[in-house]
Structure formats: structure tokens, C-alpha cells
Design a binder for this molecule. Structure first.
Ligand SMILES: Cc1cc2nc3c(=O)[nH]c(=O)nc-3n(C[C@H](O)[C@H](O)[C@H](O)COP(=O)(O)O)c2cc1C
Length: 409
């Protein structure tokens, strides 16, 4: 049944040369729904930068760049996002943290604030995430806002939502790890959405704990929280909403390396828009080829430019077919020209096309972004590709690609 469901999802979200041509309509950026949720002005707010115990949260999702494009501010975050649309929100239940009122808060990334939605005492969300007692510390809930992505990408946005979610989960894990805390798995239930006051336009997609369970009893929140639209406007009958609502919450725990210069890397990370192949050496290519990944994924790397390494197709750092695949690779990735100067393209495939494997792929890609930043090379996630044409490299469906190359100064 699930297999049939994912066959249908894949089929309906395929990109082919015909579908790309027919979809290339003019997009009116003035109608873009807002990428940041705003709770009402009367809610109490905390400046995140005033609380050193919450630095890990501030670094989990934050604005790291602001420019002006077409006379409008254009924000970029520590996490990449397909089309820079950022269909994600974060909430935290904070309990028993010194100097902070226990309550459920929205992470207002735009203002770098925590917005108090409700205070807490004996009640909390613990029973809805599989906990019997009060959890001291933070319960982090990550939600998806499908309309922000479907506004531009239609049903194809299904894939980007889960890839973006993977990037965000990995960024959370890295930040928590950097500040020497531990991320804990939870067992969330679907009805957390109604408890959080969400309508059809927002869905909890992952929940983790940072802290520990106490001995004190807890009761589930008896009243849903206030309902606030995640965008300034939404499309009433968005076909993606019911599909996303029917997915299980992602519960796997990512584990990654600790980076000494995490803070700097988290701020400086950007998706590359141009590459200079001569500035990336073979040792860096080898190092990136051996980054561990989830067992659900099957990774193929196509080396396009190198110093003395063979160009061709690699599994881990073994060349399984030498050759020049540059033209095929660029075509596969919708002829995005800058990819022709990448040193390599990582193709993330899987036997099981599902929401979970897309999240796994996003987590791995975020690891690649950080590893590239640490190595001083550029990279970009590539979610736009002709699905069927990936068959020449793998019998498994392609979920995501990452183009990597020397920095273009
Ligand atoms: C799931 C996903 C798919 C993406 N697909 C593409 C793509 O096909 N082509 C591209 O040039 N960039 C792609 N990107 C990069 C985004 O355009 C980039 O993250 C966004 O513009 C924000 O810029 P930043 O990453 O520098 O913050 C993708 C990113 C993600 C997370």
C-alpha cells in the first residue's frame, strides 16, 4: 500500500523535458507567501541573544545574510532551502531552565526572538511525544508549511519539503552537539498538530528533546494553543496539504562529526552559484567521497574535473567507470550551466522512494555542505533534475544531487 502510494507521489512529481517546458510560466514574486510566521504583537517575547543557555537554539535556525533584490529585502538562513522559500517553523517547549518562564514558544527567526504562546505548569506536550513525566530542558518541534514551497513548485514541492527538513534536522543536531548537549529521540503522535493550534497549512514533521526526563508527573495540554496562519495568506485547497498531513513524523536521530569552527561555518555557509575547478584538489575530492551516510541511501559520485584522479563514476572513493560525463551530468540537472565547472556531482539515490529517505538525503546533504565549508570548497544542493534520465547511473530513483567544486573568487 505504502509502496503504491510512493509510486504515485514519484510519478506526479517527476520532471521531464516536456513538463519543465510547459511549467516555465512567469512567476510573480510579489505574490510570494511570507517565509516567516508572526505571532500577535501582544505575546511576550525574549531576545534569544540574552540567553546563553539557548545559544544552540539561536544557531539552529537563524538569518545569516540580508541583501536587497528588486528593491525588497532578501534573507538567507544558516540552512539552504529550495528556491530560498524556507517552508519550516520551529517551536520549543522550555521547562525548568534557569531564568526562563516555562512555556511553549515559537522561534521567531525574523526577529531572533522566542515568542511565548502559553505558560506551563503541570500540563505540557510530554504525553503527546511519548513521555510520562515532565521533560526538563527543551522539546523541539519542527513543522512544515507546504504552501511556501508549493506556491512556486506545485506538487514537486513535496520532495523539497522533506529535503529542506533533512537540512534543518541536521543543523539542529550539529548545533546541539557543538554546545555539548545531546539530542534525544521522541515518539510523537499526529494529534500534536491540533494541540499546537495548527490548521491545515502547517504540520509537525519532527520532534527532538534536548534535556532529560524528570520524576515529576505531567498532564497533556488540555486546551489547544491559539491558531495563527503560518503565512500572510494561504491557498485554501492546497493539494499538498493532505499528502503532507498523511506522512508519519520523522523520528530518526542524525549523528555527525563535531566541527571546531561550527559557529563561523554556520554563519558563512552559502550555496555556490559558480565554481572554479582548479582551486579544488584531489585530496579534498577523496575526503568528500568517503563521508558516511544513512544505510537507506545509495551514493554515486560523478567526478567531472580533477588534477590527476580519473574522471568518471565513483562509489565511495573507488572509480567504477572512468570517462567524461560532463555533458550528461549538466543535462540531467536541468542544464544548470554553472554545474559544468563543478569538480563533482554527488547523486543521492535510494531503493525506497519515500518521505523518510528524502529527509535522510537532506541530512546527508547538510553534512556535505558543512564538510565543504570546512574544506574551503563550494557546493549547492540540486533538487531540479530530469528523473528518468538518472537511470543511466542507477536503477534506483534519484532523490537529490549536490554539486561540489572549487570556490570561484
Ligand atoms: C532541496 C534543495 C534543492 C535545491 N535545488 C537547487 C537547484 O536545483 N539549483 C540551484 O542552483 N540551487 C538549488 N538549491 C540551493 C538553493 O537555491 C539555496 O539554498 C537558496 O537559494 C538559499 O541560498 P543559500 O543556500 O546560499 O542560503 C537547492 C537547495 C535545497 C535545500
Amino acid at each position: 500500500m505504502r509502496y503504491l502510494k510512493y509510486c504515485a507521489v514519484r510519478e506526479e512529481t517527476l520532471l521531464t523535458p516536456e513538463s519543465v517546458t510547459s511549467r516555465s510560466t512567469y512567476l510573480d514574486w510579489d505574490t510570494q507567501p511570507s517565509s516567516f510566521k508572526h505571532y500577535p504583537h501582544f505575546c511576550h517575547r525574549l531576545k534569544l541573544s540574552d540567553y546563553s543557555a539557548l545559544q544552540w537554539l539561536e544557531q539552529t535556525r537563524c538569518i545569516t545574510d540580508k541583501t536587497i533584490i528588486a528593491q525588497k529585502p532578501y534573507y538567507r538562513l544558516n540552512v539552504p532551502s529550495a528556491g530560498n522559500l524556507h517552508p519550516i517553523e520551529i517551536y520549543v517547549q522550555l521547562r525548568n531552565i534557569e531564568g526562563i518562564l516555562s512555556g511553549i514558544y515559537h522561534l521567531d527567526v525574523f526577529n531572533n526572538e522566542l515568542v511565548l504562546i502559553t505558560e506551563l505548569g503541570i500540563e505540557g506536550i510530554e504525553p503527546f511525544v511519548g513521555l510520562e513525566n515532565r521533560f526538563n530542558g527543551a522539546l523541539v518541534m519542527i513543522s512544515l508549511v507546504p504552501f511556501r514551497t508549493s506556491w512556486k513548485y506545485g506538487l514537486r514541492g513535496w520532495r523539497y519539503l522533506y529535503l529542506d527538513l533533512g537540512h534543518q534536522i541536521s543543523a539542529l543536531e550539529k548545533s546541539v552537539h557543538h554546545f555539548n548537549y545531546t539530542l534525544t529521540k521522541m515518539s510523537p503522535q499526529g494529534y500534536l498538530n491540533s494541540v499546537m493550534g495548527f490548521g491545515e497549512d502547517e504540520v509537525i514533521a519532527a520532534v527532538y528533546g534536548v534535556g532529560e526526563m524528570s520524576e515529576r508527573k505531567v498532564r497533556g495540554l488540555s486546551k489547544p494553543l491559539i491558531q495563527v496562519s503560518p503565512c500572510d495568506y494561504v491557498q485554501g485547497d492546497n493539494p499538498l496539504n493532505p499528502i503532507i498531513a498523511s506522512e508519519a513524523i520523522y523520528t530518526k536521530l542524525p549523528i555527525s562529526d563535531q566541527y571546531e569552527h561550527f559557529l563561523q561555518m554556520n554563519t558563512n555557509r552559502r550555496s555556490a552559484r559558480a565554481f572554479e575547478p582548479s582551486t579544488m584538489n584531489d585530496a579534498t575530492i577523496h575526503a568528500l567521497l568517503t563521508i558516511p551516510t544513512s544505510a537507506t541511501l545509495d551514493i554515486i559520485a560523478v567526478v567531472l574535473h580533477a588534477q590527476s584522479m580519473q574522471t568518471g563514476i565513483y562509489r565511495k572513493d573507488v572509480c567504477i567507470q572512468s570517462g567524461n560525463f560532463l555533458a550528461e551530468c549538466v543535462h540531467l540537472l536541468l542544464n544548470q550551466r554553472f554545474i559544468a565547472r563543478a569538480n563533482m556531482v554527488i547523486l543521492i539515490t535510494t531503493e525506497k522512494f519515500s518521505a523518510t529517505t528524502h529527509v535522510d538525503a537532506g541530512i546527508y546533504a547538510q553534512e556535505l555542505y558543512m564538510a565543504c565549508e570546512a574544506q574551503g570548497v563550494g557546493c549547492s544542493g540540486i533538487g531540479a533534475f530530469y528523473d528518468e534520465e538518472a537511470a543511466q547511473w542507477s536503477t534506483h530513483p534519484l532523490l537529490y544531487a549536490v554539486a561540489i567544486g572549487g570556490k570561484y573568487e
